[in-house]
Ligand binder design. Structure first.
Ligand code: TMP
Length: 238
């Protein structure tokens, strides 16, 4: 049994603890919801549990599909064990359908199918509001090299295909999502962080209803029953 040790890092939605095992971290999912880079903030009872369970199911499903990631196992409703990786300060966003900042910035109506899935990079830096950056910025800021950039793009597209299969089976349309990657000691890049309705836009396959954090970002109602619906559908197919 792995033992929980000292707090390593506290983020907006998760706390990371060291363990008595080398390179193994203990994650606790929190009930805090934030939007607008932390300007909107609320405690939502049950959110941590829902995201931990949803993320755990998705990582297990991704393993079945051959995707490498940091998830080891779920420990409790709000906790999981992960492999420690050296996080790359990028938000890798993949879009299948126009929505959110893409629609706003480029004037493409939400819901417009894109001709092909696109990958975007955002520099993960709170003080700068996570700016949108291009490949040259990634290179010049020494965030990743050319080969790694190509790997991140290809891996994001591979994960997209796997997630589309998973969510379609659950009656959910995958609009877009954000991934974070990190490096193992030998430099190998693997998927980290979480995959949940906080980090994906998920629309009901039949009605296009929002099943994600846009409910919170846009003050459309209570996220708990919606996240519960996503968990119930994933549990059915898990
Ligand atoms: P965007 O349309 O606001 O750029 O978001 C694209 C996707 O990335 C959407 O599924 C939400 C997700 N996302 C995060 O998980 N964290 C973030 O900080 C941002 C900006 C987006």
């Amino acid at each position: 049994m792995v033992e929980k040790k000292g707090l390593l890092y506290e983020g907006k939605a998760k706390k990371l603890y060291q363990t008595d095992e080398k390179d193994v971290l203990w994650v606790e999912y929190l009930n805090q919801a934030t939007a607008l880079n932390g300007a909107k903030k609320d405690q939502i009872q049950g959110k941590g549990e829902l995201n931990n369970q949803i993320t755990s199911i998705i990582f297990e499903k991704l393993s079945e599909k051959g995707i490498k990631h940091h998830f080891i196992k779920q420990l409790s409703p709000t906790e999981q064990l992960i492999q420690q990786i050296n996080m790359i300060p990028l938000e890798v966003v993949l879009r299948n359908v126009a929505a959110g900042s893409f629609s706003k910035r480029l004037g493409v109506p939400e819901g417009t199918e894109l001709a092909f899935p696109i990958v975007e990079f955002y520099f993960k830096e709170d003080a700068l509001d996570d700016p949108f950056i291009n490949d040259d910025h990634v290179l010049v800021l020494d965030i990743a090299n050319k080969e790694e950039i190509e790997f991140l793009k290809a891996e994001a597209k591979k994960i997209n295909q796997a997630l589309i299969e998973i969510f379609t089976e659950a009656g959910i349309r995958l609009i877009d999502f954000k991934l974070e990657f990190g490096r193992l000691a030998d430099g190998t890049i693997i998927l980290g962080d979480e995959i949940s309705p906080d980090t994906c836009r998920l629309w009901d396959l039949l009605t296009n209803d929002h099943l994600d954090k846009d409910i919170y970002r846009r003050d459309l109602g209570d996220i708990v029953p919606v996240y519960q619906e996503v968990l119930d559908r994933l549990t059915k197919i898990a």
